[in-house]
Design a protein around this ligand. Structure first.
Ligand code: FAD
Length: 482
């Protein structure tokens, strides 16, 4: 039972401090100060939860996290119960507690007239404290079903599906083409947002539970999809949506123009001590990042840490408000009001900026980006405004304009999996494709989305696989694929 007057006593929203910008730009470690459950304000913050009769935070979270329950357990300092309740709906709160845009907080009822409860921070505090206390232990199955499942892709969707299926007693192997497990958590998202030790300690638990990991194996190249299907009783495709959206304008072929992921993956590999033979480094360069989402913001933070001469972030859209306006008292679009920690660190943001051309020097290297002011046409289209062109200095241009869908080329002549009009793998509400025993979870079916959705889909797909294999399931299915 929550403190019924807590939200009246503690009206301010308090979070652990971020490290000062000048300090954190010197390394790639977590931008947050060390978290500590003894923080004096933690229990006060937890008592701001009103334990609403209808807790909208549940619906706000794709995982259906039972938030008021663990808010109250934090308030009471009952960490063992808190992690039990949190793990009941979320396999990996260490990821969501750090990098989720927290749609639960947008849905928090207290947010109508006070800043919302610091739900995401509690998530991180609970799981960190659970690890410190040795409360995160392997949950080995009581008996094995004798059924085998291959999961392709080790991002949050694949990992969630694997953990659920291993714990219920199936024999699970995760195939990953990269040299390390984690999907975008590993080499997509920089360490300053998500340190990789967090992935490693979770993988250790999963190994102890029986999940087998096969890295450096690309399905469709090293083993055919058909062979894999024949070898296992069920297959879950969780290969992500990794095809980048192109910005094909004059000068695209110039040296120094890259997709954001070409840059981020190399930088993140370097941060983790891997040898990168063809690095892309921002040191001393004028960097322009085209696109204002998570990927763009991760490029900004990385370029600033590498010592870029300047960083400019272009967004074609209007600047979004960072505080909820009076005209919108109700929780609305998640992330409408967010400024990332990278944006706080420096660089310039230009809104309503349309790219017209990449301009190069005589050596074929990009030196400027020609941009123009965006205008909105009556039919909603956004186009460059003639006569407003300007050339911005640019030695490194990073295209961070989103992703169009999963890679499908390795499937040709193999599994017959149609794609939707949105270029994702087609599946029914229960994550099943038209090929018996083959399921799709995460960004591969949903399009580029969020970690919390990937975990929710992985959990739900696992329930469907279990029904397929055993005819019944006790596993939860927090979301459907529609
Ligand atoms: P992925 O994480 O993409 O994992 C797919 C895996 O499949 C990859 O490891 C890939 O190598 C592997 N694979 C693909 N094909 C094969 C094959 N044929 N054989 C073997 N392995 C294969 N979301 C948030 O919630 N918060 C954030 O702050 C955030 N930041 C982001 C920053 C960046 C730069 C990017 C690109 C995305 C970000 N996202 C963020 C989105 C989030 O990372 C994704 O929605 C999520 O990782 C999707 O999980 P997934 O398991 O579906 O796929």
């Amino acid at each position: 039972m929550a403190d019924p007057r807590g939200f009246l006593k503690y009206r301010e929203r308090e979070l652990p401090a971020n490290r000062p910008v000048a300090v954190r730009l010197r390394d790639f470690r977590d931008v947050h100060e060390h978290r500590d459950q003894a923080s004096p304000f933690l229990k006060e913050q937890a008592s701001r939860c009103m334990d609403c009769g209808i807790p909208f935070c549940h619906q706000g979270c794709p995982l259906g996290n039972i938030i008021p329950e663990w808010n109250d357990l934090v308030r009471e300092g009952q960490w063992a119960d808190a992690i039990d309740r949190l793990h009941a709906t979320n396999n990996f709160p260490e990821f969501t507690g750090r990098v989720c845009p927290a749609p639960c907080e947008d849905a928090c009822v207290l947010g109508i007239n006070q800043p919302p409860v610091t739900i995401k921070n509690f998530e991180a505090e609970i799981i960190d404290e659970a690890y410190r206390r040795g409360l995160v232990t392997p949950q080995v199955p009581q008996r094995f079903t004798g059924k085998t499942v291959a999961i392709i892709g080790s991002g949050p969707a694949g990992l969630a599906a694997a953990q659920q299926l291993s714990r219920i007693g199936h024999t699970v192997a995760v195939y990953e083409r990269d040299d390390a497990i984690g999907g975008l958590l590993r080499y997509g998202i920089p360490d300053f947002k998500l340190e990789k030790e967090l992935i490693d300690r979770r993988i250790e638990q999963m190994r102890a539970e029986g999940t087998v990991f096969r890295t450096g194996v690309e399905v469709g190249r090293d083993i055919s999809w058909n062979d894999l299907r024949d070898r296992y009783d069920a297959v879950v495709i969780a290969t992500g949506a990794t095809v980048p959206r192109e910005l094909a304008l004059p000068g695209r072929e110039l040296a120094g123009v890259h997709y954001a992921m070409e840059y981020l993956v190399r930088s993140n590999r370097e941060t983790s001590g891997r040898v990168v033979t063809d690095p892309i480094n921002a040191a001393g360069k004028h960097v322009i990042v085209i696109g204002g989402g998570d990927t763009g913001s991760d490029c900004i933070g990385t370029a600033l840490r590498q010592g870029a001469a300047s960083v400019t972030n272009l967004a074609i859209g209007r600047e979004l408000p960072h505080v909820r306006p009076d005209s919108e008292p109700w929780p609305t679009t998640p992330r409408l009001y967010e400024v990332s920690t990278s944006h706080e660190e420096g660089g310039e943001r230009k809104f309503l900026a349309s790219t017209v051309a990449y301009v190069g020097d005589e050596n074929g290297h990009v030196r400027h980006l020609r941009v123009s002011k965006t205008q909105y046409l009556d039919d909603g289209r956004r186009v460059p405004t003639p006569g407003t062109e300007e050339d911005l200095p640019a030695d490194l241009v990073l295209i961070a304009m989103g992703f169009t869908g999963p890679e499908t080329s390795t499937m040709e002549g193999s599994l017959d999996l149609p794609v939707t009009t949105r270029k994702s793998f087609a599946r029914n509400d229960g994550f099943a494709t038209q090929v018996p025993g083959v399921f799709v979870a995460g960004d591969a079916g949903r399009g580029q989305s969020l970690i919390v959705w990937a975990i929710a889909e992985g959990r739900a797909a696992a329930a469907s696989v279990d029904v397929y294999l055993r005819g019944r399931t006790e596993l939860p299915a927090p979301v459907s694929a529609s």
